[in-house]
Design a protein around this ligand. Sequence first.
Ligand code: FEO
Ligand code: CA
Ligand code: CA
Length: 720
Amino acid sequence: MKGSKHPRNDLTINPSGNESIIDVIGRVEVSRRRFIQGSASAGALAAAGGLTLSGIVGTVEAAVAAPVVGIGFESIPPSLAPVADKVTVPAGHTVKALVSWGDPIMPGAAAYKADATNTAAEQAMQYGMHTDGMHFFPFPSRGQVLNDRGILCANNEYTHEEILFPDGQVGASGYSIEKCRKSQAAHGVSITEVRRINGNWSVVKSSIYGRRLTANTPMRIAGPAAGHALMKTREFNIAPTGSVATGNSTDGFKAFGTINNCAHGITPWGTYLTCEENWNGNFGANAALPAVTTEAGKLYNRYGVTAGGFGYRWHTVDPRFDLAVNPNETNHFGWVVEVDPTDPKSVPVKRTALGRIKHESAQYVVDRAQNLAFYMGDDEKNEYIYKFVCADKYNPGNRAANRDLLDHGTLYVARFNADLSGSWLPLTPDSIGLDGVALRDNPNFAGADDAEVQAKILIKTRMAADAVGATMMDRPEWTGARPRLNGNDEIEIFCTLTNNDRRGTTTASSNKVDGSTTAASARPPVDAANPREDNRYGHIIRWREAGQSVLATEFGWDIFVQCGDTATTKTAKPTNDYKGNINDDPNGSADIGAPDGLWFDWFGRLWVQTDQAGNGTGDWVNIGANSLSCADPVSKEFRRFLTGPNKCEVTGITMTPDGKTLFVGIQHPGEDAVAANPTALSNWPASQWATRADGTPLPGGRPRSGVVVITKDDGGIVGA
Ligand code: FEO
Ligand code: CA
Ligand code: CA
């Protein structure tokens, strides 16, 4: 990384009382699973048994068949420097632009203006900037789900302020509340109806489902932390011209906005989860922050909140984001937010039971006993991996019964042991810290009763994880659950660990048990789960829950792959060969580094997206531009499927139910360009296409994050 007006959606939807879209999806997915399981031949299952691997890598043995739908494309070459300003996909596939930053997505929305003169109010009705995690929710029809019409929910993580405004963030016109409001409106979530007509995908601009969540959208706070004193903020009337204090406090149950929405999740009842990552950077203070000896100061320190933030300047014109005025506002961010894409009038809900971290994604698993858990990473150097287990079972037959499942349950944090076992450490008042003190008796979480202790544990999740001795990881990014297909009955979760250059230095330090460590400042030694002292290329870890139950408190783990550059000339360090161990043929043909996006498709294929410098220089001279690869979770073979334009990140991936359309997000093309020359580094997607997928003109003038659609020319499953 580096809204003012909530759109009006006052049209009635789904008045029929028929079964919900989600009920239909669930039924079809169950029958699909049955079909694919039935298709796996006995011979294939036998061939996959008895896999023997050595060392850390591969110790959790796979006992599954190769996916029925395999990987049928040939690896494309890396896009080396100077990186071509285009998206490339394998022969036999076609890629087109679907939706880009600034495109109108709802009735009455203005067209994108290539000179960035769209107003804040216009941006609030257009596709947001810097697209990230996303999911395609298909529409139902006559008991089936459609493969050519649905709702695309996508995160808009952050803004490239130099590109967002004609004169950049400050420029000749200075900074203003109008600029702040436009920046806030470009953050959040874009909910976009999309459809395919005569083979061409397009945005349904007149859709009643079109919706934006921005930094100013009214939301509800739910779960154990709701209503706590730390969640009570100054109350403002939010208007286009400014945020005006009412003189009152909020009640701790209401919030405004979601920001830094990185990766995502879905629930089995068909809601979308948007995860708040680098929210700390959007705050600032027009005065010194409180000392780190105070509760607020310590909390800011542990989460990386500073007086200057990441330079957004919101706090200079919007007092809601000025910590000197409104110190608790930060506590409204860092959550997983649930939204129902099928109800444009629904109020998004911040689910505090899932903890407050820099959330990357939230991957659900329902086990055979209908217990439900979500697996989540906290993306910062030397932070942790978490699991939330719902107290109540998932009810597949009654969507309404699941409405508040995310408000009750237990949050755990992971400890990875050197013997390849692991433990889920609960974060509850009873939990005993490494200092021998129960969290209820730890001054960080002191409260009038256990309900208050739990609220503080959740607001200060990182500190609670510090106290119980969780394993500091190499930047946990996306989590993905391998489908239980083709003979695999294990609950097996994969997580990208994108990189870490703060480990293994001679003066070692760890996140302190008392929760006082400044965010990302520790320099722990290497360990079994994070074995490289200079992990610039990252790795992918995976674990299996004991007893094939999400309730397990023990798991087995291994490293699925160490990423790297086979051709590197870097001198190896004792714990780093930099080359990694990617299984590709010929060796080095599909190398990647900095794995970030990670997703299993319905067919059991693993897709991995990367987030590195993106211009193919320095550490990336052999790996080239950012990419999307497809891997077989059994053989571990990788093939490169897509390379991105210059200075972009490839992030966000979803598919139609039939697998015949793949949606992929391209974020921040032309990163670091300045307002005086916005196209200096990229003018994508206009650099690649004159029109969108539906044939409408595709304006450029500056680089635009967005989503592409990829189809196979023979009409088959993408990548097969
Ligand atoms: Fe926003 Fe962790 O990537
Ligand atoms: Ca290799
Ligand atoms: Ca990410």
